[in-house]
Design a binder for this molecule. Structure first.
Ligand code: UDP
Ligand code: MG
Length: 313
């Protein structure tokens, strides 16, 4: 069986298209299919639509509805936990992940030794220039300093074996960053690229600011390089300061002490103060993560699933 996990946040407009498109390809694959829709606290009619879908296709459509918006990462986790298939795919509801690729991905995973077929976009055409710039910068940074490789342009859309999904589920951390988790668990992943698509309907829930915060999370969750960097720069400025001190003392002894250099002194004090605050901030970020992690809060809270519908009737 193939499980299709779909996180949905305000997707009432895209969902009907999504199901229609996926149904078109189901005949060309030999697996039976189960949909697991995760309603991530949508404000629109998404939940109503999911109930109807389940009503129409009770054996194929399952859904989980959260008590509020927990974020896509939580929705993915819940969906994977609920999945029962031997092959599992995660797809966005907005058809930016083309279902036409599925047969090819299944064929690939079954005919060879790989555990995961991922997808990546060919290029960043059509994306705002600043956003591409920061995206590239992000991937360069994490791949240079982090231990977990993240592929530029890789989407969350992927097909995985049960074994790999179980490995992902065994990572129960609260601060979830899927791109890192997919890569951290290892296994053989192959990527196919396709041309980027626009959303079929509705609008993206990502602003530039939320993407920025997301990328900081990506770095902090999978690498302690910023801490090393802080210690490194701190060490270098200590050495530089000691050398400068020696130089000044020797100069004062040899040539007397004209009281000059206040502007440069003020700049140095400012620079050092700024560096200290910056690194305190970095350390604070990690402590914040530890704080949230030690609370051991649930990753999501379910309000309703398709089983509740059966009970009511
Ligand atoms: N999504 C979600 N919870 C959120 C935000 C998004 O479940 O808090 C879902 C959304 O419904 C969609 C997928 O995650 O199926 C990707 O979201 P979106 O299309 O907004 O992101 P983009 O494709 O622009 O990266
Ligand atoms: Mg999208």
């Amino acid at each position: 069986m193939l499980s299709i996990v779909v996180p949905c946040f305000n997707e009432q407009e895209s969902l009907p298209y999504f199901v229609k498109e996926v149904e078109k390809i189901t005949s060309s694959i030999s697996h039976s299919i189960e949909y697991i829709f995760v309603n991530d606290g949508s404000q629109d009619g998404t939940l109503k639509l999911l109930r109807e879908l389940h009503h129409k296709m009770p054996n194929q459509v399952r859904y989980i509805s959260f008590s509020k918006n927990f974020g896509k990462e939580s929705a993915l986790y819940a969906g994977l936990q609920a999945s029962r298939g031997d092959l599992i795919t995660v797809m966005d509801a907005d058809l930016q992940d083309p279902p036409e690729l599925l047969p090819q991905m299944i064929e690939r995973i079954e005919s060879s030794d790989i555990d995961c077929v991922g997808t990546r976009r060919q290029d960043r055409a059509g994306e705002p220039v600043i956003r591409s710039f920061f995206a590239r910068l992000f991937y360069k940074l994490v791949n240079k300093f982090g231990d977990t490789e993240m592929i530029d342009g890789a989407r969350d859309f992927r097909l995985m074996t049960r074994q790999m999904v179980d490995a992902i589920l065994s990572m129960t951390e609260y601060n979830r960053f899927s791109k890192g988790i997919f890569s951290w668990v290892g296994f053989n992943t192959e990527y196919i690229s396709y041309e980027n698509r626009e959303r079929v309907a509705g609008k993206t829930s990502w602003s530039f600011w939320s993407l920025f915060k997301y990328s900081i999370d990506g770095i902090v969750n999978f690498s302690d390089a910023p801490l090393t960097l802080a210690a490194f720069i701190g060490g270098i400025s200590c050495v530089a300061a000691i050398l400068a001190l020696i130089f000044i003392v020797v100069r004062a002894l040899l040539f007397g002490d004209p009281t000059t250099g206040w502007p440069s002194l003020a700049s140095i004090v400012l620079l050092m103060g700024g560096l200290q605050l910056l690194f305190l901030g970095i350390i604070g970020k990690y402590i914040g993560k530890i704080f949230l992690e030690t609370k051991k809060r649930p990753i999501y809270i379910i309000k309703e699933t398709e089983k509740d519908v059966k009970k009511e009737r």
